[in-house]
Design a protein around this ligand. Structure first.
Ligand code: B16
Ligand code: MG
Length: 221
């Protein structure tokens, strides 16, 4: 017995759109004179668009009108969409397709949990949409990561108990969402950043399903 499903984050796990999000926010922050760097960007990973803008605005958020915030968020999305316009299967991160094939080959369910409103388009550009049994994006949830809603919705749609799911995330907020959902969390990135994860690998090219199954609570029974 082991996991019955694996639920993947998109940005930063399957493809490096995390970098495109950074470039788009950087362009916006420079335009409005707000400080922004890669370290700050780490806090935005997995956080939805408006939540990210609030963090960038900081104290200025309280004096910025909702209309202005919407316009700023739209500008960032315009920059972002320019960056993803030319994406293709060449933008899949190393090991991504092999990991999806390993999970499929083992007969496990495959879910996607992305708070991005552009997730469906990115999946289509990468040519991997049909590899997922369930896709949960911003359109299907009320609360973004670190709330567990997105991972719980994916598990429910897959018909699998949360405890039988492995969640895969590159963001601190995403790992937190997985743990709050009662799942095992596989971090993708740095162990010193993803401290809440049960195990951290550097990328999906290190995704070894057979050894990961040992992390399942079922494996200990
Ligand atoms: P959009 P994920 C998240 O996607 C990104 O990590 C985060 O940086 C971004 O702000 C968020 O999507 C919203 O994206 O502006 O396209 O709606 O990591 O949950 O796949
Ligand atoms: Mg991510």
């Amino acid at each position: 017995m082991g996991f019955k499903a694996v639920i993947f984050d998109l940005d930063g796990v399957i493809t490096d759109t995390a970098h495109y999000h950074y470039l788009a926010w950087k362009r916006l922050a420079d335009a409005i004179g707000m400080p922004f760097d890669l370290a700050f960007n780490e806090r935005l990973k997995g956080i939805d668009r408006m939540g990210s803008l609030e963090l960038i605005l900081g104290a200025a958020a309280a004096t910025t009108t909702p209309e202005r915030k919407l316009a700023l968020a739209d500008s960032k999305n315009t920059y972002y969409r320019q960056l993803i316009a030319d994406m293709s299967a060449a933008d899949l991160l190393p090991g991504a397709v092999a990991a999806l094939e390993a999970v499929r080959g083992a007969g496990l369910g495959i879910g996607l949990a992305s708070v991005s409103k552009n997730a469906v388009e990115v999946l289509a550009r990468l040519g991997i949409a049909e590899r997922f049994d369930v896709v949960v994006d911003a359109a299907r949830i009320a609360r973004g990561k670190p709330d567990p809603e997105i991972f719980l919705t994916a598990a429910h749609s897959l018909g699998v108990a949360p405890a039988d799911c492995l969640g895969v995330e590159d963001a601190v907020a995403g790992v937190s969402a997985i743990k709050r959902a009662g799942m095992v969390a596989l971090g993708v990135g740095l162990p010193e950043v993803l401290t809440e994860a049960d195990l951290v690998i550097s990328g999906l090219d290190r995704f070894d399903l057979a050894s990961l199954q040992a992390l399942s609570p079922q494996a200990a029974i």
